[in-house]
Design a protein around this ligand. Sequence first.
Ligand code: DUC
Ligand code: ZN
Ligand code: ZN
Length: 469
Amino acid sequence: MVIYDLLIKNGFICTSSDIYPADIGISNGKIAVIAANIDSEFSKEVIDAEGGVITPGGVDAHVHVDEPLKLMGDVIDTMGTATRSAVAGGTTTVIAFASQDVNLKGPKALSESVNKTIEFCQKEPLYCDYGLHLILALVEETDNACNVLDKQLSSLYKDQGVSSVKFFMTYPGLQMSDYSILNIMYATRKSGITTMVHAENGDIVRWMTESLENQGLIEPYYHGVSRPTIVEGEATNRAITLSIMMNTPVLFVHVSSPEAVEAIRRAQTMGIKVFAETCPQYLILSQADTKCHYGHNNWFEGAKNVCSPPLREDQTKECLWRAMDNGTFTIVSSDHCSYLYSSKYRGKHNAFDQGKSGKFRYIPNGMPGVCARMPLDFHYGYLKENISSLMKFVEVHCTNPAKLYGCYPQKGAILPGSSDADLLIWYPIEDKRGHTKINNRMMYHSCDYTPYEGLEVKNWPRYTLSWKC
Ligand code: DUC
Ligand code: ZN
Ligand code: ZN
C-alpha cells in the first residue's frame, strides 16, 4: 500500500533542539510521519540518506531583489533568479524587500507599495517560497506622523501579511532622524510589526567620506575606512536607547562590529527585547578583500566586496562567531544584493557614471550570497568548530528566522503535520562527494562573480527538497 510520495531513509534528523536517527515520510509536500524503519513499500519514491544529516531547508531573511522602486539601485537578481540561487545552495525560503513608494499617500500607501512588488516578482517562475519585508524610505516629519504611520502599517499587516519593516540610519535620502525613528518605533509597536534597523551613523560616514576624498583616497578599500566599527556601535547604542524610550523590540540587521555586539549583548542581559542578525561575509571575508586581489592588477576590483556595513579586520571574526554561539545573534542571513561587476554600464561600474571616476562613495553597496550561505556556515561554523553544535547552525539559519518572521513551524522545522517538507539531505560527514570548491557557475544567480570564488567547503547539500506552496 502506498501512503507517502517520498520516503527518506537512513538519515539523522537535526533540528534546533535534537539530533536523532529516523525515517521521514512525505505526502503532498508536508512532513507526514517521522518513525524508525518505515517500510519502503509505503512510498512511491525512496531516498537513501546514507547516514547523512537531514536539516530543515534554510530560511534567508535578508535578500535584495529587483523590485519596482529599485531603492537599492540596479541589482541584477530578480525574485526568480534569487530563489533559483537560494535553492541551489540549500535555502528554501527567501524573505526579500519591497520598498515604500513615497509618492503614495493615505492609509493604504504601504500596502499598495507592497502590491506592486508582489505583481512584479510573480511575473516569472519562482523556485521556492518567499515573503517580503518593507523598506521605509520616508516618514513625514509632521506632528501626527506616528499615527499616520500606525494606520498604514496596520493595513499593511492586515492586507498583505507583511509583518516587518526596515529603516536606515545612514545613506543619503534614506537616513532617518532620531525624531522619525521614534515615530517608526511608536507605530511598529502599536501595530505589532517587527522593526529592522540598519545601524550606521550616517553623519560620521559623510564626514569621513569627505575627508578621505579630500586626501585623494577614493579606492574601494577606503569605503571600509570611512565606516569604522564605532560607526555601527554608536548607531546601535542610539537605536537601543530610542527603543527603550518607546518600549519597542528591535532587530539589528547585518551586525559586523564588536562595539555593536557589546551594546546588543548588554541590552539583552538587561532583559530588553533586542535581536540581531549577522551574515557570512562578516564571518569569512575581511577588509583586505576590498583591495585588488584574485591576482588581478585592477585597482577597482575590490568594489566587488563593497557592502555596508563593510567587511572588517580578521580579528573581528572571533567575536562574531562567539556571538552566534552564545545567542547574541538570533539569525544569520546573506544580505544578498548583487550588482554586475564586468559590465561597464551597470552595477558596480555605475561608480564611473557622469564623471564620478569610480570614487568609493558611488559604488553600489552589496554582494551576492543567498546560494553559499548554508554550505559556507555548515563548513566554517559547524565543521571548523566555530559554533558548538549542528543544532545551533539549524537554529540561526532555519528555525529562528522562521519564528521571527511568522512562518514557523511551516518553515524552519521538521514537525509531522505542521512543516513543509523543505529539507536538506547533507552528505555523511567526511564523505568526499560533499567536498566542493566554490565557483560562480554553481551559484545559479545572475551575477557575474561570487565573493567566495575558490573557497573550499567539505559539505554541500546533496539533496534540496523545496515544495512551493
Ligand atoms: N547594505 C548592502 O551592502 N547592500 C544593500 C543594503 C545594505 O544595507
Ligand atoms: Zn542594510
Ligand atoms: Zn540589506
